[in-house]
Design a protein around this ligand. Structure first.
Ligand SMILES: Cc1cc2nc3c(=O)[nH]c(=O)nc-3n(C[C@H](O)[C@H](O)[C@H](O)COP(=O)(O)OP(=O)(O)OC[C@H]3O[C@@H](n4cnc5c(N)ncnc54)[C@H](O)[C@@H]3O)c2cc1C
Length: 317
């Protein structure tokens, strides 16, 4: 029996041959062999266990804002995580979130309960699980800074209560990112320890960070945020020189804002962002990313590395 037959027998709820474009921030990608939207943690676990039992490759995604699917799609099961449970204890500062909760929703609801710390991340359009996997951050604050522990499914019958250190967080990275596994660990929920502060101060901070994002970033377009990591290995500007070594600065000064490929263009607002302007394919996007990398390489003899992650089969794309 093929893995597909086995999987269908184990998990009839998944849909077959679904286009991934609507599940990818950039709006590109072919079809997934199977796709399942998990609304509850039980659903999420059920889908992962069924995939493991059928030896099917799988990936859990949140809002797909840090991944680019290839035009040939995903051979296996894509699980779209829409779990939404959120519990906030304003007296202890403890926040328990299921991994599909929107990061901005968590930050806003915590703020109204007088809990802050994560507000620089307000506006990052991801889920809690996605943010943990990539250690999302902004303004020198990363989600890992506030994580206490998390339930992680690591095999069909093994759940781990993982403490912060288990994730090996570093700049835009955790042990879950770049794992390239066919059956990677899955974050089911997360416990954060936030700071008790005045609600109006936290809300002021949120408004300030939101405004800054609106001014600096092409909001409301099909994009996946920063394509490349900063070569400084950090978003902290420790010296004036660091500003001149961000991926955005290097790309801008190498003329990347003029670059395009098919329907994909580099944003005029931020040279490290690619926009799907007009029915771009994943191939257009990848081609444009190589042009951006080459522009910086030619001018600075420095090779930029991706912050975004490529999913699916790119060899035959
Ligand atoms: C407009 C815009 C602004 C952005 N600004 C920022 C920014 O300021 N800072 C920043 O860091 N990023 C930024 N990003 C990138 C992106 O939004 C973040 O990285 C975000 O945290 C990704 O979350 P997601 O749920 O969309 O993850 P996805 O893109 O769906 O997935 C990312 C990775 O996480 C894995 N993953 C997802 N859920 C789970 C889970 N439950 N368990 C295990 N692994 C999981 C996926 O398999 C994949 O490897 C921006 C993107 C956009 C479009």
């Amino acid at each position: 029996m093929s893995w597909k037959e086995k999987f269908k027998e184990n998990f009839s709820k998944a849909k077959e041959g679904i286009s991934l474009t609507q599940y990818c921030g950039l709006g590109v990608g072919g079809k997934a062999d199977f796709l399942f939207v998990a609304d509850t943690v039980n659903d999420l676990v059920g889908a992962v266990v069924a995939a493991k039992k059928s030896a099917a490759a799988y990936r859990v995604i949140g809002f797909g804002t840090n991944v680019i699917f290839s035009d040939t799609g995903f051979k296996g099961l894509v699980i779209v995580n829409r779990t939404a449970g959120l519990n906030i204890d304003s007296s202890t500062g403890k926040v328990i979130a299921e991994s599909g909760v929107s990061l901005s929703k968590l930050i806003l609801e915590a703020a109204t309960a007088g809990l802050g710390g994560l507000e620089p991340l307000y506006g990052i359009p991801g889920t809690v699980g996605g943010a943990i996997a990539v250690n999302a951050g902004a303004h020198s604050v990363s989600i890992g800074d506030y994580l206490r522990s998390s339930s992680v499914l690591i095999s069909a019958d093994k759940m781990l209560s993982a403490k912060r250190d288990w994730f090996k967080f570093s700049y835009r990275k955790s042990r879950l990112k770049y794992s390239h596994l066919n059956s990677p660990p899955v974050v089911l929920n997360a416990i954060f320890q936030l700071q008790r502060r005045k609600e109006e101060d936290i809300l002021d901070g949120i408004a300030r960070f939101k405004k800054e994002r609106q001014e600096r970033q092409p909001i409301g377009q099909k994009t996946c945020g920063s394509i490349f990591r900063n070569p400084t290995g950090s978003d902290q500007m420790k010296s004036e020189e660091d500003r001149f070594r961000t991926a955005g600065y290097l790309l801008d000064s190498a003329g990347a804002k003029q670059l395009s490929s098919g329907g994909a263009k580099v944003s005029k607002i931020h040279a490290n962002w690619v926009i799907n302007k007009k029915n771009a394919s994943a191939h257009d996007v990848r081609d444009l990313i190589e042009k951006m990398r080459n522009a910086v390489e030619e001018k600075y003899s420095l090779t930029l590395l991706e912050e975004v992650e490529y999913l699916g089969d790119w060899k035959n794309a």
